[in-house]
Design a protein around this ligand. Structure first.
Ligand SMILES: [Mn+2]
Length: 318
């Protein structure tokens, strides 16, 4: 009499992809290895799997962190960043091919590139880049002459085709991963500083909604700004660097700052973007458990993500 429960709208099964990664970050002191690689483990211990009920959990292997320069590149860990991202791209492409929802938990934000390289294999898309930093460092605006540079500050520049081939050229994809007009950046907090390093972003067709604008507009207003960008890609990837939150709320990040986007507003923004059928997947990056000795911020973040994914969890009847 009662058949299996069917829903009139499409189910989105979450594939949780755990990416223990820190190669895009600089060491903060001699011998230091950035702690973002432990985030998947710490969030799992804090209840992430129970909170999101993924149908599949996929683990990437942690690559070794090195401070040595590599031949042919100025990127710290350049070749290893690329191989990790190539593996991630395969996994994300598979998930997208199965109409699942890849949720990539990093790791530092340079894993955005592998995620996009995988998602792009099935066609163009837009990017919603929610981050306290635009990550727009590229050879055209990078004037510090350090021997090595960190990929974690370059992800948006590289995704739009700026920078070394290790980060900008991906198998099966002609040209950059994204056109500038397919990107909305939400949350930049240095845009009002006189020495803002990435002011050249404002002369591109990337749509910036800095943290001040985001706080003034509120969730609904931010989504209105994002709308034309979403339409251009037809579908979208969602990048969430947890440092888009105020450091008073989320201090366990590599480069904390204030102000941030209010956490309830951010749940509303991310929740709406995730729930859209055009959302291809999402990455969550830059949480550093080394800066969360009691584990309470991991629990806070799991609960935050649970709220973001309520619409999705609801549609799959879990
Ligand atoms: Mn950031």
């Amino acid at each position: 009499m009662l058949g299996p429960l069917k829903w009139a709208f499409s189910m989105r099964d979450i594939n949780l992809i755990r990416a223990p990664f820190n190669l895009g970050l600089r060491p903060l002191r001699s011998g230091h290895e950035p702690g973002t690689w432990r985030a998947p483990q710490a969030l799992t211990e804090a209840g992430l799997v129970e909170a999101l009920a993924p149908v599949q959990v996929i683990d990437l292997e942690r690559p070794a962190y090195s401070i040595e320069p590599q031949p042919g590149t100025k990127l710290r860990n350049g070749p290893a960043i690329r191989s990790f991202n190539l593996r991630l791209a395969d996994i994300v492409a598979d998930a997208v091919g199965q109409a699942a929802f890849p949720l990539v938990v990093g790791g530092d934000c340079s894993i955005l590139l592998g995620a996009l390289a995988g998602a792009r294999r099935s066609g163009p898309l837009s990017l919603v880049h929610v981050d306290g930093h635009s990550d727009f460092r590229h050879p055209g605006n990078d004037d510090d002459n350090l021997p090595l540079s960190s990929a974690a500050g370059m992800d948006l520049a590289a995704a739009t085709g700026r920078g070394e081939a290790l980060l900008t050229e991906w198998p099966g994809i002609e040209g950059p991963l994204l056109r500038d007009d397919q990107v909305v950046q939400i949350g930049e907090r240095e845009s009002r500083d006189v020495d803002y390093a990435w002011r050249d972003l404002e002369a591109t067709e990337i749509t910036p909604v800095d943290v001040f604008a985001a706080r003034e507009l509120g969730a609904a207003g931010v989504l209105v700004k994002a709308e034309p960008v979403l339409a251009r890609g037809g579908r979208h990837w969602l990048h969430f660097d947890v440092d888009a939150l105020d450091q008073a709320v989320m201090p366990a990040v590599d480069s904390p700052g204030s102000p941030g986007i209010d956490s309830d507003e951010l749940v509303a923004i991310l929740g709406e973007l995730v729930a859209r059928p055009g959302c291809v997947g999402m990455n969550v990056t830059i949480f550093d458990p080394d800066l969360d000795p009691t584990g309470e911020l991991a629990i806070w973040l799991v609960n935050f993500l649970r709220r973001v994914f309520v619409p999705l969890a609801g549609t799959s009847g879990r």
